[in-house]
Design a binder for this molecule. Sequence first.
Ligand SMILES: [Zn+2]
Length: 256
Amino acid sequence: MLKIDAIPAFNDNYIWFIHAPDTQHVLIVDPGDAVPVFDAIKQHDLIPIAILITHGCHDHVDGIGDLLEQYDLPVYGPENEFIPHITHPLSACDELSISPHFPAFRVLDLPGHTKGHIGFLMEGCLFCGDTLFGAGCGRLHGNPAELLFRSLQQVVELPSETLIYCAHEYTEANLRFAVEIEPKNEAIRQRIVDTALMRKQGEVSLPSTLALERQTNPFLRCGQSDVNKAAERWSAQQLDSQQAVFTELRKWKDSF
Ligand SMILES: [Zn+2]
């Protein structure tokens, strides 16, 4: 089982550290700020091996330059976005190996939040950046809702025990929206209680499991009749496909 740590950055970002078993080696996912990364490396005497980038938003990439001034690291990231410093441009592929100390990875194309967004799947852990959040999903930034819908369909088909490592602590706010849509959903109500307790104790609400997201994340529940009805009520129109429901939910969330 991989050891993975959340390094908090800015207000609500997490930079994920993936540790290689039995070594000090670490992979750094989405370093938007180099300062907390340097601190964590020093504090735990770690050896950074590579940087992994899911997409090009500033709060995910702005620390890369400073890290490269200190360490000579390969940078893996999406080939379809302009991101300075990327040495290994990637799109969907199987069995990518970074070093013998880390398990091989799979890369998923997850466009929608940004056009070239990718995710990294390593030993049942999905690093999905701003595609999927605890009980929510990323904003569209002007991209067609269909893109993100299709990316989430890809994620939802992964095994239910897949651990979801997203890049922001948005779970509590997202659950307030989720319960508005499905007030009778017991799993959402329970997750609100559980998440409030975790946050009160200063814990990270992530990773979640895909199983929990399937039960509580409205953006993965567009085929459920209560979700469909709520989206129809809000948009005052009949919605005949899951994609149409998703599109209205995303608009609703933007104004929530
Ligand atoms: Zn982003």
